[in-house]
Design a binder for this molecule. Structure first.
Ligand code: AMP
Length: 432
């Protein structure tokens, strides 16, 4: 099988790394890829949102399966274009990708289908949003409707902060057109959990649960980022909670979309807030999470190609998915300045010492090859994933590897997995 992966971050490196191990894969391409991906696949210089370029490449190279990593090409309709051209592409159509591309669309769907989520209002004028905020009172969460790279969400302890967030999103248009509408919602307390599943539009198959760390600094302090690390399994996800999430959230979402004429295929990723035995939806993503993929994919024992092809072809009903019992932990190593403007072009040292590492992998996110040297080329630069028989063992192995790598200005969190460790110490159940 000839496979093309679209994207060039840590998530795509993890996918490429696993796909390369499949006996079914005879040729593997990545567009545009990065310096690390180049070691596992042939990188082609086509941007992830250049749909014409990608379609032309897939046709010319007789690609059998295209796996779309990032959300932007999905919301632009890459899967619709490929499907119309008779090509197999993994991911939802443009209509399905609204689940990620429009928070107002998603909240309305959840509301109509009675799926648990925070109480909310969706507004297309700042005055209407302000009136709702004043009536409801704080704390509140204010969100830009459209895609804002995970930065369009404001947690507002006071009414004044919520009003300021509305101004920033709708009047100053800090996120451009993504701020044409806002969603204002109830602040939910609890523990966050990411839960990914794949669906062919009918059958929903859960992937191993993972948790990520969004804040930039230790102790979950500082601004939100794309994700500073992740671990799987997620001890907060008990079998009972997973059954509840499948029955009351994921399956009704797929059915609800289907009722509206949208056959949703690909990854259905729910960002959840867990309160005791129940979960509420914070958001949906229409693709694999980053960095959750960097801990979920290394734990997948069964063939990734088989899973992706079955998803595209509507044959998930009899899929068999097997997981490594071991835990996986990923530490994101970031560039100076991240999550704000970053310094690029710093030479990365120490990568060679991990080339023959067997119980883990260094996934490249923002790297580039310049004159034979691998240099930093983004905010999140590397994701270092280790497997271990316990979560503590995986954490120690991941940090052991991280310490071998350095560049000027590098920073990373030192406490990835702390919640899982605390739960493990408390003897709570650890699920798949
Ligand atoms: P989202 O992109 O909607 O997942 O929001 C980004 C982050 O903001 C989430 O991962 C949560 O940490 C936080 N968040 C979003 N919505 C809420 C909410 N209703 N209550 C509390 N925290 C929230």
């Amino acid at each position: 099988m000839r496979v093309l992966v679209v994207g060039g971050g840590g998530r795509e490196h993890a996918l490429v790394w696993r796909l390369k191990q499949s006996p079914q894969v005879e040729a593997l391409f990545c567009a545009p890829g990065n310096a690390g991906i180049a070691g596992d696949a042939e990188c082609v210089a086509i941007a992830a949102d250049d749909l014409d370029g990608l379609l032309g490449f897939a046709r010319e190279h007789a690609i059998d399966l295209t796996v779309v990593g990032p959300e932007l090409p999905l919301t632009l309709g890459i899967v619709d274009r490929f499907t119309d051209a008779g090509l197999r592409a993994f991911g939802p159509t443009r209509a399905g990708a609204q689940l990620e591309g429009s928070k107002a669309f998603t909240k309305a769907l959840l509301d109509e289908e009675g799926i648990p989520t925070a109480a909310f209002g969706a507004f297309s004028t700042p005055d209407a949003a302000a009136a709702y905020i004043r009536t409801t009172g704080a704390p509140l969460v204010v969100k830009a409707d459209g895609l804002a790279s995970g930065k369009g969400v404001f947690i507002c302890p006071t009414v004044a902060e919520a009003l300021a967030a509305v101004d920033e999103i709708m009047r100053a248009r800090r996120f451009g057109d993504a701020g044409a509408r806002v969603v204002v919602e109830e602040f939910l307390d609890g523990e966050e959990l990411s839960f990914m599943a794949v669906t062919d539009g009918t059958t929903v198959v859960p992937l191993a649960p993972a948790q990520d760390h969004k804040r930039v600094r230790d102790g979950d302090q500082g601004p939100n980022t794309g994700g500073m690390g992740a671990y799987s399994p997620a001890p907060v996800m008990t079998p009972a909670l997973q059954a509840h999430v499948m029955r009351d959230i994921l399956q009704p979402v797929v059915r609800g979309l289907s009722k509206r004429g949208i056959k949703y295929t690909g990854v259905l990723y729910a960002g959840l807030m867990v309160q005791g035995a129940r979960a509420k939806v914070l958001e949906f993503n229409a693709r694999f999470g980053d960095p959750e993929t960097q801990v979920v994919v290394p734990r997948l024992r069964s063939d990734l190609v088989d899973l992706l092809v079955r998803t595209c072809d509507g044959r998930l009903a009899d899929a068999r998915v097997e997981w490594d019992e071991r835990a996986a932990v990923c530490i994101v190593m970031a560039a100076e300045g991240y999550p704000d403007a970053v310094v690029k072009g710093k030479a990365i040292m120490g990568l060679e010492s991990l080339r023959s590492w067997r119980d883990g992998a260094v996934f490249h996110a923002g790297t580039r090859l310049v004159d034979g040297r691998i240099v930093t080329d983004g905010g999140r630069v590397l994701g270092v994933t280790a497997l271990g028989s316990t979560i503590g063992g995986a954490i120690a192995a991941a940090y052991g590897a991280v310490e071998k790598i350095t560049w000027p200005g590098v920073h990373y969190r030192r406490d990835i997995g702390h919640r899982a460790l605390a739960r493990a110490a408390g003897g709570e159940h650890v699920g798949t």
